[in-house]
Design a protein around this ligand. Structure first.
Ligand code: NAD
Length: 317
């Protein structure tokens, strides 16, 4: 699948017990890396992890504990996925969101600097660019986020760019689309596919906010994990969108799930949610050209895999 990390590259994954982070851990383990996880377990679950993985239960806002953990692991690369990910929480308490997503990222950058590690940062494509931009949206579009979560991620990106200029580091930013797949919690607001899979299993009627024509760039979590590998292999700093380059409507998602579940999933419609953007799709040509990465799992296949996982009782591993 991937060229092997025959040298046993030491990798630290913050947020590695989370939905995406645990897949990133698995793909690097398979590729021969030596992987350690750092996570405060707010939404993470250590049961998602392979038994070979050492876990540091540390909060990224605790710079002393973070420094100590990073110095003990001495990673060559830190994949930084630990974050407050709930957009509604960020609106209700922007300072708390910024403490984790901005200050926590600065702490990670400083800890990485002490051991000379490169950082690959999980930013957002879906919550960054805002309304009125070209769709699909290329990386050089000026971001205009619609919520504190996107603003904090953009601010963290700015620190990464600054560190690259100031300290000649080679940190990388990956702007992820709407990630879905096994291990995603249906409680998170990003997890519309996870939510609809649960409703399809239970024979319940899904709710669609607005008319269902809003588009998102749904990217399968296995493809996202592969993008982290491609980014680590890339020996230069930069910013890359990670998505499929194809927008799918909410109604298309329901059609795919209705087909795999073999049930009618006609939704009930509710008023469009304030602040929700109508179209979000990422231009992914830069990732293809620079990283040699493209998404390989089409929505119908990824939705089927996710539904199969939900039917199997949503096993953590
Ligand atoms: P998740 O909630 O499953 O994972 C986040 C992980 O970070 C959890 O394990 C949690 O316990 C940990 N964490 C939270 N706060 C922490 C703190 N202060 N210190 C240490 N650990 C902490 O969410 P996810 O969907 O897997 O998201 C992973 C990353 O990808 C996040 O940075 C998120 O912003 C980014 N992202 C996700 C999506 C998506 O569609 N899910 C899209 C774009 C970007």
């Amino acid at each position: 699948m991937f060229p092997q990390f025959s040298d046993g590259t030491r990798l630290l994954v913050t947020g590695g017990a989370g939905f995406i982070g645990s897949h990133v851990v698995d793909v690097f383990l398979d590729a021969g890396a030596e992987v350690t996880v750092l996570d405060n377990m707010t939404t993470g679950d250590p049961a998602r992890l392979d038994g070979r993985v050492a876990v540091h239960r540390v909060d990224v806002t605790d710079s002393a504990a973070l420094d100590e953990a990073v110095r003990s692991v001495r990673p060559e690369v830190i994949c930084h996925l630990a974050a407050q990910i709930d957009v509604r929480v960020s609106v209700a308490d922007p300072a708390a969101d910024a403490r984790v997503n901005v200050l926590g990222t600065i702490n990670v950058l400083e800890a990485a600097r002490a051991v000379g590690a490169r950082v690959v940062f999980a930013s957002t494509g879906g919550a960054l660019y805002g309304e009125g931009v070209p769709v699909p949206t290329p990386e050089d579009t000026l971001p205009a986020p619609g919520a504190p979560y996107g603003t904090a991620k953009y601010c963290a990106e700015q620190y990464i760019g600054l560190f690259n200029r100031l300290h000649a580091t080679e940190h990388i930013v990956l702007r992820l689309g709407n990630v879905y797949g096994p291990r995603q919690s249906p409680a998170g607001e990003a997890g519309v596919i996870a939510i609809y899979c649960g409703l399809a299993r239970d024979g319940e009627v899904p709710t669609v906010f607005g008319d269902g024509s809003q588009t998102r760039d749904y990217v399968y979590v296995g493809d996202v994990a592969a993008a982290f590998v491609a980014a680590v292999r890339h020996r230069a700093p930069g910013v890359w969108n990670i998505g499929t380059g194809r927008g799918s409507t909410v109604l298309e998602v329901l059609d795919h799930l209705a087909a795999v579940a073999g049930r009618d999933l006609s939704p009930r419609f509710a008023p469009r949610r304030p602040g929700e953007i109508q179209h979000s799709t990422l231009d992914v040509s830069r990732a293809a050209a620079d990283l040699g990465w493209t998404a390989s799992v089409p929505l119908e296949k990824g939705a089927a895999a996710t539904y199969a996982w939900v039917l199997a009782g949503s096993p953590v591993r």
